[in-house]
Unconditional design. Structure first.
Length: 419
C-alpha cells in the first residue's frame, strides 16, 4: 500500500466565521488531499457562536442551568460546524463523514467533569481506531466537532479552554498522525500578544515545554491543558487561515509535556539565599537594575528571585558567589534610603516540581507542603514559575523531601487518575 501522510487539521472559530471562510477552508483541505494526504478535520464553533449560545441559554433559563445542560448547549456550535463543513467538502468533490456525540460512533470519551472534562485516552484510542481509521483507509474525510466529548453513560461533555486543540491532539495520538495543523487567526505563535504589543514576531519553532510558559487565555497561544495531550513524537504547526493553504510556513511545536507531576533536584550543589532588607525596594527600578547588572557582571547564575516592598531575595549557588555577595553589600551601602542590610542563609537545596497538570491541579501546593509540615521540615522559600513550582529546603533534608513529596503526589494521582 502506498504510504500517505496522515494529517489532523483543526480549524478555529475565526477561520469558520461565515460561509466564504468555510468554503476557503474546505478548498484548502481539497488541495492538500491531492498531495496524497489523509486528513481528519476538527472544527470549532463558527465565530462567536459559543458565546451567543451560552448567553441565550442563560437568559432563557434565568441563569438556572446545570453543568450538564450547559455542555449540551455549548456542544451545538461545534456540532453545527461539522455539518456545514461536511457539506462544503462535498461541494469540492470530497466524500466526508461528520461525527456527532449523539451517535454510537462518537470517538472522544471523557470523564464526567462537565464544562471541563478530561479525555480518557485509553477508551478514546479504541474508539478512534474502530471508527476513524477505517474511513481514512477508504479515502473518506472524517469531520469531528472539537471541544466535545461523551461520558460512559452517554452524557455530552465539553473539554474546557483549548478544547478543540485537545480533540486534535487526542485524534493525532491515536492515529499516529504525521502532523497536527492548527489553523488560527495568527501567522503562528507570536513573541507577544499582538493586541497589546506592536509588531510582535512569529516564533518559527518552539518546544512544547517552552510554549507552556507562554500559553495563556489569549487565542494566539495554545492553552496548557491542550498541550498535555500532544504526542511528543508528532509535530504541530500553527498557521494563518487567511492564506487559504495548509502547506504554508507557521510555527512548528515540537516535543511534549511531562505527563505526571514529579519532583527533581534542580541543582546538584548547595545554594544560598541572599536577602536584601530595605524599604520600598520593589518601587526602586534603579536599585533593582543595579542588582541585575552585578549578577551579569559576576556571571553568577541566579536560580530564582522574589521581591516585595521590603526585601529582595536571590537564590544563588554557594560556590562562586562570594564576589557577588560583596557587590550586593556595596549596593546596600550606596543606597541607604532603600536598602538597610544584607543577610545570607546557606545550605539550601532546590526541588523543582513539573508536570502537564501542575497549573490546573487544585491544591497541588498544599499536597506538596503538607507532608513536609507533618515531618517538621522547614521550607526556605517557594516560587511558582510558568509550569513549575520551586521549593527551597535544607540541603541535608533534600532526599527526604523528594521521598515525601513523591509519595504524596503518587497518592494524589491514584485519587485523581489521569484519563
Amino acid at each position: 500500500m502506498e504510504n500517505k501522510r496522515t494529517l489532523v487539521v483543526k480549524f478555529g472559530g475565526a477561520s469558520l466565521a461565515d460561509g466564504e471562510k468555510i468554503k476557503s477552508a474546505a478548498k484548502a483541505v481539497a488541495d492538500e488531499l491531492k498531495k496524497r494526504s489523509r486528513i481528519v478535520v476538527v472544527v470549532s464553533a463558527m465565530g462567536k457562536t459559543t458565546d451567543a449560545l451560552l448567553d441565550a441559554a442563560y437568559a432563557a433559563a434565568e441563569g438556572r442551568l446545570s453543568p450538564e445542560e450547559v455542555d449540551d448547549v455549548l456542544s451545538m456550535g461545534e456540532r453545527t460546524s461539522a455539518r456545514i463543513f461536511a457539506s462544503a467538502l462535498r461541494s469540492e468533490g470530497i466524500k466526508p463523514e461528520y461525527f456527532d456525540p449523539a451517535e454510537e460512533n462518537w470517538p472522544i470519551a471523557t470523564d464526567e467533569a462537565f464544562t471541563n472534562a478530561r479525555p480518557n485516552l485509553t477508551v478514546s484510542q479504541g474508539l478512534i481506531e474502530r471508527h476513524i481509521q477505517p474511513l481514512l483507509d477508504e479515502g473518506v474525510v472524517p469531520v469531528v466537532p472539537g471541544f466535545v466529548g461523551k461520558t460512559r453513560n452517554g452524557a455530552i461533555t465539553t473539554l474546557g479552554r483549548g478544547g478543540s486543540d485537545t480533540t486534535a491532539f487526542v485524534l493525532a495520538r491515536a492515529l499516529h498522525a504525521d502532523q497536527v495543523i492548527l489553523v488560527t487567526s495568527a501567522e503562528g505563535i507570536m513573541t507577544a500578544d499582538p493586541k497589546l504589543i506592536r509588531n510582535p514576531k512569529v516564533i518559527r519553532e518552539i518546544q512544547a515545554e517552552t510554549l507552556a510558559g507562554l500559553a495563556d487565555t489569549d487565542a494566539k497561544f495554545i492553552h496548557r491543558k491542550a498541550l498535555r495531550y500532544k504526542d511528543p513524537t508528532i509535530d504541530a504547526k500553527v498557521i494563518d487561515y487567511t492564506v487559504g493553504r495548509l502547506d504554508v510556513e507557521g510555527t512548528i511545536i515540537k516535543g511534549g509535556l511531562p505527563q505526571e507531576i514529579d519532583a527533581q533536584l534542580a541543582c546538584e550543589e548547595p545554594l544560598l539565599a541572599a536577602t536584601v532588607v530595605g524599604k520600598a525596594l520593589a518601587d526602586s527600578p534603579i536599585f533593582l537594575g543595579r542588582v541585575i547588572e552585578e549578577i551579569e557582571r559576576t556571571g553568577v547564575s541566579s536560580l530564582g528571585m522574589s521581591t516585595n516592598s521590603d526585601c529582595l531575595i536571590l537564590y544563588l549557588p554557594e560556590k562562586g558567589s562570594q564576589e557577588l555577595l560583596e557587590r550586593l553589600h556595596t549596593l546596600v551601602l550606596e543606597h541607604p534610603t532603600e536598602a538597610f542590610g544584607l543577610a545570607t542563609k546557606k545550605g539550601l537545596a532546590l526541588v523543582k516540581f513539573t508536570g502537564a497538570g501542575l497549573e490546573d491541579t487544585p491544591g497541588v501546593i498544599g499536597r506538596i507542603t503538607k507532608p513536609l509540615y507533618e515531618s517538621d521540615i522547614n521550607i526556605g522559600g517557594i516560587l511558582t514559575v510558568a509550569s513549575s513550582i520551586l521549593l527551597f529546603v535544607n540541603w541535608n533534608e533534600r532526599e527526604r523531601v523528594l521521598q515525601l513529596t513523591r509519595e504524596e503526589l503518587s497518592v494524589g494521582t491514584e485519587r485523581n487518575p489521569a484519563c
